[in-house]
Design a protein around this ligand. Structure first.
Ligand SMILES: Nc1ncnc2c1ncn2[C@@H]1O[C@H](COP(=O)(O)OP(=O)(O)OP(=O)(O)O)[C@@H](O)[C@H]1O
Ligand SMILES: O=C(O)C1=C[C@@H](O)[C@@H](O)[C@H](O)C1
Ligand SMILES: [Mg+2]
Length: 258
C-alpha cells in the first residue's frame, strides 16, 4: 500500500508547480492586456474560451477527467479575465438611464463578460430593507427611498473595477452623480418612449410607471432628459439592440482614461 505521507508530499510538490505555472500564466495574461491596450484590440475574444476548453480536453489522458479539467479551466479563465479587466477597467462602469433602458439586464451580463463585480443599487436597497422598491415607496414614501439611494451611492465610493447599475432616478440628486464619477465612467443608456413602454407594460414593479401610458412615459422622460444628458460620459442607444450587442458597444467605447 502507498504511504500516506509520501502521497501528500507528492501533492504538495505538484501544488508548488501549479502555483509557479499559474503565476506564469497570469503574467502572460497581463502581457496580453497591455498589448491589447496599446494596439486598441478588442478586449473580449468570445470564442477564445471554447478554444481553450477544447484544447485542454485533448490533453487529458484519462477521459473521465475531461469534465473536472474543463471546470478548472473555466475558473482559471474567469480569474484571468478578472486580472485583465482590473488593469484595463480600473474605474467603475456606471450605468444610468431611464427606467427600462436596460441598466440591470446589461449590467449583469457586462459584469459576467468582464469578470467584474456587479452592483445594482435598487437590488442593494431591496436587500438591505428586506422589501421591494414598490413596498418602500408605499410604506415610507419616495423621499425615504431617495435617501437610501444616496446613502448607498456614498458607500460605493470605495469600489473600483465594478459594474454599477443605478436606479432610473439616480440623476435627481447631482451629489449622487458627483460621487459615482469619483471612481467611475458614466454610461447613459437611452431608448425611445415606445421601446420603454413595450419593455415595461407587463411589469408593475416600478411605482413611478405603474399603469402609465406611452405619452406619460414620454413626459417624464422629457422632464429628466437634461439631467441624463448632463451626467453622461458616453451615450449608448439601446433601441432594437440585444443585451449582448449593447455590452460589446460599451466595452468597445472605452478610451484611454477608462
Ligand atoms: N436591449 C433590450 N432588448 C430587449 N429587452 C430589454 C432590453 N433591455 C432591457 N430589456 C427588458 O426590459 C425590462 C427592463 O429592463 P431592466 O430591468 O434591465 O431595466 P432598468 O434600466 O434596470 O430599469 P430600472 O431603472 O427600473 O432599474 C426587462 O424585462 C428586460 O428584459
Ligand atoms: O426612475 C426612477 O425614479 C426609479 C427607477 C427604478 O430603478 C427604481 O429606483 C425606482 O422605481 C425609481
Ligand atoms: Mg434596474
Amino acid at each position: 500500500m502507498k504511504n500516506l505521507d509520501d502521497i501528500r508530499d507528492q501533492i504538495n510538490s505538484i501544488d508548488k508547480e501549479i502555483v509557479t505555472l499559474f503565476e506564469k500564466r497570469l503574467n502572460l495574461v497581463i502581457d496580453v492586456a497591455n498589448v491589447k491596450k496599446e494596439l486598441g484590440i478588442p478586449i473580449l475574444h468570445l470564442n477564445r474560451e471554447q478554444e481553450v476548453l477544447n484544447k485542454v480536453a485533448d490533453e487529458v489522458n484519462n477521459k473521465e477527467f475531461i469534465d473536472p479539467v474543463q471546470k478548472l479551466f473555466v475558473e482559471i479563465m474567469r480569474i484571468s479575465k478578472g486580472v485583465q479587466t482590473k488593469l484595463l477597467f480600473p474605474n467603475n462602469i456606471v450605468l444610468v438611464g431611464f427606467m427600462g433602458t436596460g441598466k440591470t439586464s446589461v449590467g449583469k451580463q457586462l459584469a459576467s463578460m468582464l469578470a467584474m463585480e456587479y452592483i445594482d443599487i435598487d437590488e442593494t436597497i431591496e436587500k438591505s430593507q428586506g422589501m421591494s422598491i414598490g413596498s418602500i415607496f408605499e410604506s415610507k414614501g419616495e423621499q425615504y427611498f431617495r435617501e437610501l439611494e444616496s446613502k448607498c451611492v456614498i458607500e460605493l465610493e470605495a469600489k473600483s473595477s465594478s459594474v454599477i447599475s443605478c436606479g432610473g432616478g439616480i440623476v435627481l440628486n447631482n451629489n449622487n452623480i458627483l460621487s459615482l464619477k469619483k471612481n467611475g465612467k458614466v454610461f447613459l443608456l437611452t431608448a425611445k418612449p415606445e421601446t420603454i413602454y413595450t419593455r415595461l407594460k407587463q411589469d408593475s414593479s416600478r411605482p413611478l410607471l405603474k399603469s402609465k401610458s406611452e405619452d406619460e412615459i414620454k413626459e417624464l422622460l422629457e422632464k429628466r432628459r437634461k439631467l441624463y444628458m448632463d451626467c453622461a460620459d458616453i451615450i449608448v442607444n439601446t433601441d432594437n439592440k440585444s443585451i449582448e450587442d449593447i455590452c460589446m458597444e460599451i466595452v468597445s467605447q472605452r478610451d484611454g482614461s477608462f
